[in-house]
Design a protein around this ligand. Structure first.
Ligand SMILES: [Fe+2]
Ligand SMILES: [Fe+2]
Length: 199
């Protein structure tokens, strides 16, 4: 089964700046995503996107929400419609006349799977946070103290252990860092600092 989207452009440029309200986004999130583990993953990625937008990119509060909303909804169709992963949420956001940049970022969160390249910084950061935050969360679950006292070197050790969180693609993580031109260490430190506050 292929998840390739077969296209590179999404939505309508005249919808630039159109976003869901927080209420609408969370309503969609709760209607579509029933699995609590997946919900947590999506909330973690949303929070990382928001923090990165405000602290590293100095974006406006509107753009901050754009990044957060993109993170929050990137896997919205994965729970109930895995065969339509990416396709269904993109079509839904197109119907709702959402900013094309949101759909493009969602479409490029797995270039190998969906066939869309992460081009903008928002695309690249979503791609970068997606896999790495999952690995770091898995690491927190095996530590008695969870995230408390977690260090960069511990995460790097887990990354080298191929059997640990084996479904997390190390290649994608490195590829994402290269594309975003961010060092792996910086990204890990950022996630360790921001992720624990999400529940
Ligand atoms: Fe996904
Ligand atoms: Fe994801």
């Amino acid at each position: 089964m292929s998840l390739l989207l077969g296209r590179n452009t999404f939505g309508d440029i005249s919808n630039k700046g159109n976003l869901l309200s927080k209420e609408e986004a969370f309503q969609l999130f709760h209607e579509w995503v029933l699995n609590p583990k997946l919900q947590l993953h999506m909330k973690q990625v949303a929070h990382l996107m928001k923090c990165w937008a405000s602290e590293k990119e100095n974006l406006s509060s509107d753009d901050e929400w754009k990044w957060e909303m993109t993170g929050l909804l990137h896997d919205a169709d994965w729970d109930q419609w895995p065969d339509l992963h990416c396709k269904k949420i993109i079509e839904e956001l197109e119907i709702r006349n959402i900013d094309p940049e949101v759909m493009h970022a969602i479409a490029s969160h797995g270039p190998v799977h969906f066939g869309v390249e992460p081009e903008t910084k928002m695309d690249q950061m979503l791609y970068a946070f997606d896999e790495l935050s999952g690995l770091i969360h898995a690491y927190s679950l095996m530590r008695p103290e969870g995230y408390t006292g977690m260090e960069l070197k511990g995460v790097k050790k887990r990354l080298k252990e191929k059997s640990f969180a084996a479904n997390v693609s190390r290649e994608d993580i490195q590829d994402a860092c290269n594309r975003a031109q961010i060092g792996l260490d910086e990204l890990i430190e950022f996630i360790i600092a921001k992720q624990p506050s999400v529940s």
